[in-house]
Write a protein that binds this ligand. Structure first.
Ligand code: GN1
Ligand code: MG
Length: 357
């Protein structure tokens, strides 16, 4: 399907400064299709085909993104992505190949894995800074692009219902993994309960703070901007903290097959916490700071449960490269959840120390 799309033609439907002449794949997101486009004048752009099975309201999604990026760029020029309009003046293109959007390529690197603590600290600064920069943005201006995206309680229910349906007959072969997730389901509501009790507040959050969603300056390693803004919507700070710990403080890739290589690196944890809190702690409440370790626990647990749900459902959500890919991912997250449980006292100490630093 993707092979059949003429990405140059799609790119040329936008107001580029010169015609698009080169097209290549970019990055490895699990949801959208992303291409690096080069114009005849050498300018680079990122073209994305938006996955409209996942994002069912593209109009709302693009409205959110344009509002947030324009706000950030007004506040600090160049601090966020710059989206181009189509020749017809629209924020996105809809044609027979799907929904497309295009933005100026942000020069820099993104990391699949941190090779040192300094790199992870920078990512913490970037995501904490994102939160800080949006602290006065009126969250009611944003719609929910994926309703109940980080409702972990619902995610567990989805897992249970996928197991009940068992459409691929895979449940029998993943009993230990399934039991692992279900045995912890009482933890799923930890943050949502605090929200319901009025002890946490909804902020404008990114909600997909994977390590590779930060662009860094390759020389100075300072953050250039945060990308992948599809899920920017009202949410909890703990989740933004958490998803980057999940992806960045692990000693192995999200899809490492040898789980003995997977653990939570507390030095990386501290580095990320230092960067994150360093750029937004003034904006956070004491309760929010206390929930950060749980945000990381729950993002890992939730993401693992989602991978297992997708495996049981026949791999319809996340892009996969081979049959067991989602199961492999669910297992790495299990290992991280278990390791987090073992290290929770030390983690809570780290957060207290970094919040006071
Ligand atoms: C997806 O698109 P990507 O790869 O940045 C997913 C995240 C998961 C992540 C797991 C909209 O993010 O929630 O944490 O995969 N995004 C969506 O790698 O579901
Ligand atoms: Mg994403």
């Amino acid at each position: 399907m993707v092979n059949e799309i003429d990405f140059l033609k799609e790119a040329n439907a936008f107001k580029l400064s010169a015609p698009a002449v080169q097209d290549a794949p970019l990055g490895n997101g699990h949801i959208n299709v992303t291409r690096l486009i080069t114009g005849a004048d050498g300018k680079k752009y990122v073209l994305q085909r938006i996955n409209d099975r996942v994002f069912t309201n593209v109009k709302l999604l693009m409205q959110n993104i344009v509002r947030v990026t324009e706000y950030l760029n007004r506040r600090k020029p160049g601090s966020s992505l710059h989206f181009l309009k189509t020749a017809g003046g629209e924020d996105y293109l809809r044609d027979e190949s799907g929904y497309f959007r295009l933005y100026e390529y942000a020069e820099g690197i993104s990391l699949e894995k941190a090779s040192c603590a300094a790199e992870l600290k920078t990512c913490g600064t970037a995501f904490g800074g994102f939160q800080q920069a949006l602290k006065d943005f009126d969250a009611s201006l944003l719609g929910e692009t994926i309703p109940r995206f980080h409702d972990t309680v619902k995610r567990v229910r989805d897992l249970e219902s996928a197991a009940e349906k068992d459409v691929c007959g895979r449940l029998r072969s993943v009993k230990p993994e399934y039991d692992f997730y279900i045995s912890r389901k009482q933890e799923a509501g930890r943050m949502l309960n605090l929200l319901a009790e009025g002890k946490l507040k909804l902020r404008v959050t990114h909600n997909d703070t994977k390590l590779n969603n930060v662009i860094l300056d390759p020389v100075t390693l300072s953050p250039v901007c945060v990308i992948d803004l599809d899920t920017v919507m009202p949410g909890l700070t703990g989740n933004d903290f958490g998803d980057c710990i999940r992806s960045g403080a692990s000693t192995a890739a999200e899809d490492e097959k040898d789980v003995s290589k997977v653990s939570l690196d507390l030095e990386l944890y501290r580095a990320f916490a230092g960067g994150f809190l360093g750029s937004c702690k003034e904006a956070l409440t004491e309760t929010e700071i206390k929930t950060l370790p749980w945000g990381a626990y729950l993002m890992t647990y939730e993401c693992g449960a989602r991978f297992l749900t997708d495996y049981l459902s026949g791999d319809t959500y996340f892009h996969t490269a081979y049959a067991e890919h989602n199961l492999v991912r669910a297992r790495t997250q299990m290992k991280l959840v278990a390791d987090t449980e073992d290290k929770m006292n030390e983690i809570e100490r780290i957060i207290t120390q970094e919040a006071e630093a």
